[in-house]
Design a binder for this molecule. Structure first.
Ligand SMILES: Nc1ncnc2c1ncn2[C@@H]1O[C@H](COP(=O)(O)OP(=O)(O)O)[C@@H](O)[C@H]1O
Ligand SMILES: [Mg+2]
Length: 325
């Protein structure tokens, strides 16, 4: 039998997912040489033998040092969930283009030049490639009104504006500072579904009410059924697989039987039991445990492995072995 494999978890403020997940991996992993822990990082050496066979990353978007560690650990063989390189590069506008190419409905979307720049940018020389002024009428005639102005990256409903005129759009845009924003057709939805996606394959659609207070948004008393369920599962799976996210939430606004993908850039999705509710929480624990056990045991490999040039380069060329920590 090989050495013990360790699954590490990186978390932020969340409290309901971490310990039950670690407990379940420890219980189910005991018989197969896998254990789990909260990872503890305190300054990483560049060629240190990774402690973790798998790292589940729920917070590197807010703790940049974790991301630096994760990139190096990925190079040295740790299966990181999700790919720290891709997560850092991913943006909502790119995802809208991808969805269109995949035949998944998305609201009509445009990406906008920034409102402001860092002081070193000189408006007469640094911005020569920018058309000025912006033809707002043309952009708005594409998206229609009302429209949604929201950040190209980020989350938590921050800086999301709904505007119903060009004047209101400009007033909102003028507050966006250094942020890159997208302008999007507003979908006047009659139904709303969120899908928790794990392992690029398993999809749990849950009815969702974005207008309800935070803890009451997932509406488990009104399950997603029939054709809507099938359609949501298919489109969510397509997006999660194309993006290569092993954990993600894909959100759809439904109007006239069309499922519009609204937000599918959620690589550290809400797993809190009080939010997604007990049955879904157990489903998440089971699927996440299956996933990390299969990565830890080498029965599956993360989707990004073999897709980064440096990884393939290292497989072909003699390389220096990591040192024991
Ligand atoms: N195009 C849109 N049409 C209708 N509602 C939208 C649209 N875009 C965003 N929203 C609403 O705003 C919320 C936040 O937008 P979202 O893109 O999810 O941003 P965040 O990444 O901050 O969560 C969504 O959950 C949805 O309720
Ligand atoms: Mg969102």
């Amino acid at each position: 039998m090989g050495a013990q494999k360790i699954v590490g978890l990186l978390v932020g403020r969340e409290n309901t997912f971490p310990m039950p997940f670690i407990d379940m991996v420890n219980q189910r992993g005991a018989a197969v040489g896998v254990s789990a822990e909260l990872a503890v990082l305190g300054g990483s050496l560049e060629l240190e033998e990774p402690r973790h066979a798998v790292l589940v990353d729920r917070i590197s978007h807010e703790i940049p040092y974790y991301r630096a560690h994760l990139k190096s650990a990925a190079l040295l063989g740790t299966a990181v969930i999700n790919d720290p390189f891709w997560w850092e590069a991913d943006e909502k506008f790119f995802e809208c283009t991808l969805a269109r190419k995949l035949g998944v409905a998305v609201p009509k979307t445009v990406v906008l030049p920034n409102k402001d720049y860092i002081p070193d940018i000189d408006h007469s020389t640094s911005l020569r490639n920018l058309q000025y002024p912006i033809d707002w009428e043309r952009l708005v005639s594409y998206t229609g009104l009302p429209a949604v102005l929201k950040p190209n990256t980020g989350g938590g409903w921050k800086d999301v504006y709904i505007v119903d005129s060009v004047d209101a759009l400009l007033a909102a845009y003028n507050q966006t500072g250094l942020k890159t924003m997208i302008l999007q057709e507003f979908i006047a939805w009659d139904d709303y579904v969120r899908c928790i996606c794990i392992g690029r394959e398993h999809v749990m659609p849950i009815r969702y009410n974005p207008r309800a207070p935070f803890e009451q948004r997932y509406q488990i008393s009104n399950p997603v059924e029939g054709r809507l369920r099938e359609h949501a599962i298919n489109d969510a799976r397509t997006l999660a697989d194309a993006l290569g996210y092993d954990m993600d939430t894909v959100e759809f606004a439904v109007k006239d039987d069309v499922l519009y993908a609204i937000d599918f850039l959620n690589p550290a999705p809400d797993f809190d039991s009080f939010s997604i509710k007990e049955d879904n929480f157990h489903w998440v624990l089971e699927k996440m445990t299956d996933l990390v056990l299969s990565y830890a045991r080498g029965e599956a490999t993360p989707p990004w492995r073999g897709e980064h040039r440096w990884w393939n380069h290292l497989q072909k060329h003699p390389s220096v072995k990591p040192v024991e920590a």
